[in-house]
Design a protein around this ligand. Structure first.
Ligand SMILES: Cc1ncc(COP(=O)(O)O)c(C=O)c1O
Length: 305
């Protein structure tokens, strides 16, 4: 048995015992919401630090609100349980945390939250370095479209919606791309398979508008803040056309697992001169410092465990 624990049905259990009944509503219908949170070893504290912990749980509770799921725990308790798991699993390297609020009902039928049914919270952790490489990736435009806000809202991090992500990411990989961008039904660029997109155009940082079926990323917010505050850049949120990808000076993905992943080719066309650009390089460096607790002005983003 491994020495790792997970949290399920109100308690910590060995990872192998963290299992659910096959009749669980979330398994049958995808009716769950989740977060991806990262914790890092902080060299100056010699302790783990969780990046933007409360912001992730604020978004989890918003996802619950959209899906009519009832989190058994409030924000403060969710944050405490997460710190407790890091301690219990004795994490000392970059760690990915996956909290989920899921519909635990065992009755058949897709209806959400009929009277008297309980939803459950579970959480597990695993070691994880960067999800994509940082020396420049090749991104393709996926033929799969992003789910619409009026179908399955991208603003909520709904487990079932990641079928859309899986199709886009897998078919992109089979075509030889490191990752993909997905377009909205109207043909604007929404985001990557599981990360937000940034372009540099005319020296400004450009990212898709929140009305273009994106997850309102916490890394997106971090990057927008660092770009404006630390580099004095103008950040513009607006609809992005597909061909803007081909004429951008620089481009990168941003997400909790992805961190900052420079994009050096889109659909077999080089981005700029095909090398990782200077603004991307600076933002990657600032982001790494922020998550490791090395930017004192952003110490409030890091919860020391
Ligand atoms: C669809 C999607 N977009 C964007 C992101 C980036 O969001 P965040 O920076 O909050 O991790 C994620 C990652 O969770 C995602 O799944």
């Amino acid at each position: 048995m491994s020495d790792q624990f997970a949290y399920l049905r109100g308690g910590f259990v060995p990872l192998e015992h963290a299992t659910i009944n096959v009749r669980t509503h979330a398994f049958l219908y995808g009716t769950a919401v989740f977060e991806g949170i990262k914790a890092y070893w902080l060299p100056e504290h010699q302790q783990m630090g969780i990046f933007r912990l409360e912001d992730h749980y604020r978004r989890l509770l918003q996802s619950c609100q959209i899906l009519r799921l009832r989190s058994p725990n409030d924000l403060a308790t969710l944050a405490e349980l997460t710190c407790a798991l890091i301690r219990r699993n004795q994490c000392q390297t970059a760690t990915y945390l996956r909290p989920i609020v899921y519909k635990a009902d065992l009755r058949i039928g897709p209806i959400l939250n009929p009277e008297g049914t309980e939803d459950d919270f579970c959480l597990f952790s695993l070691p994880m370095e960067s999800y994509l490489n940082t020396s420049g990736i090749h991104v393709g435009t996926s033929p799969w479209r992003r789910l619409d806000d009026n179908a399955i809202p991208a603003r909520a991090k709904v487990n079932g919606a990641y079928v859309n992500t899986a199709l886009a990411k897998t078919d992109g990989a089979l075509c030889g791309f490191d990752d993909v961008v997905v377009l909205t039904g109207e043909g604007h660029v929404a985001e990557g398979s599981a990360m937000n997109l940034f372009l540099v155009r005319g020296g400004h940082l450009v990212t898709s508008a929140v009305t273009d079926n994106i997850l309102e990323g916490i890394t997106r917010d971090t990057i927008m803040t660092l770009a404006a505050q630390e580099l004095g850049l103008t950040v513009v949120c607006r609809p992005i056309d597909r061909t803007e990808l081909y004429v951008a000076e620089e481009a990168f993905f941003a997400g909790t697992a992805t961190e900052v992943a420079p994009i050096t080719r889109f659909d077999h066309r080089p981005v700029g001169d095909g090398q990782v650009g200077p603004i991307t390089t600076q933002l990657l460096g600032l982001y790494r410092k922020a998550v490791h607790g090395l930017l004192p002005q952003y110490a409030h983003w890091v919860t020391v465990v």
